[in-house]
Write a protein that binds this ligand. Structure first.
Ligand SMILES: O=C[C@H](O)[C@H](O)[C@H](O)COP(=O)(O)O
Length: 227
């Protein structure tokens, strides 16, 4: 079964956790696109009454187009449940996020949510995190920060668009991707990065997730309870 099909079955299963009258944090990326489609169908066909809070401008647009009422994060009293994707999830349930440049809003929504579900295809599960790590940085002074990452052995690269210009996040910041072989201690690395002046946020998510939904081969969805 292709990764795309795994994303579809996992995304549709995740959408079933949304109940009437919930305020729902809606993540970003290609897996969450299927959650948004399923929620749009439920709003249209089952009269599901929810309010969505988006983790990116793209998600806000797509969800609103499907008739999901969207509110700003600062206009809701609480977020009941957030459903989001991930780039990698390790055995200790730490994750790397931000492959689609949405990590800052995703982290803000996740930390303000009572419950968090991550939904992924099977390829995203790894024993330890070992792929590029996105870091969102303030443009001012970012060349200096890049040099510090380089001399510190973080093997940084700029996130560029097709025209070779720096990608701008929804908060108009830049992204620097760090290329480390294996992240042995996501918490320690996260603490180190967040202390660096100019770093707004990094894509390491630890102690966040309550439940992981994984789309596997042969139409099988695994649901792991974390907390
Ligand atoms: O910035 C993007 C988000 O962290 C996504 O949730 C993550 O990149 C996974 O995206 P996808 O489902 O497209 O693999």
């Amino acid at each position: 079964m292709s990764q795309d099909l795994q994303k579809i079955i996992a995304g549709r299963r995740a959408a079933e956790f949304v109940q009437n009258d919930m305020v729902v944090g809606i993540g970003s990326g290609s897996t969450i696109a299927h959650v948004i489609n399923a929620l749009g169908e439920r709003v249209a066909n089952e009269n599901l009454n929810i309010v969505g809070v988006a983790t990116s401008e793209k998600t806000r647009r797509n969800a609103a187009q499907l008739g999901i009422p969207m509110h700003n994060v600062d206009d809701v009293d609480k977020i009941d449940l957030t459903i989001d994707g991930a780039d990698q999830i390790a055995d200790d349930f730490s994750a790397i996020k931000g492959g689609g440049a949405a990590l800052l809003w995703e982290k803000i929504v996740a930390f303000n949510s009572r419950e968090n579900i991550w939904v992924v295809d099977a390829s995203k599960r790894v024993p330890k995190l070992n792929q590029y790590l996105p870091v969102e940085v303030i443009p001012y002074g970012s060349d200096q920060l890049f040099k510090r990452f380089k001399s510190g052995g973080f093997h940084p690269t700029w996130r560029l668009d097709q025209n070779g210009n720096p990608v701008r996040t929804d908060s108009a910041n830049f992204l620097i991707d760090l290329h480390l072989p294996i992240i042995e201690s996501p918490r320690l690395l996260g603490d180190e990065l967040i202390k660096m002046v100019g770093v707004v946020e990094h894509g390491l998510f630890t102690d966040v997730v309550d439940r992981v939904i994984i789309g596997n081969e042969n139409n099988v969805v695994d649901i792991l309870e974390v907390k």
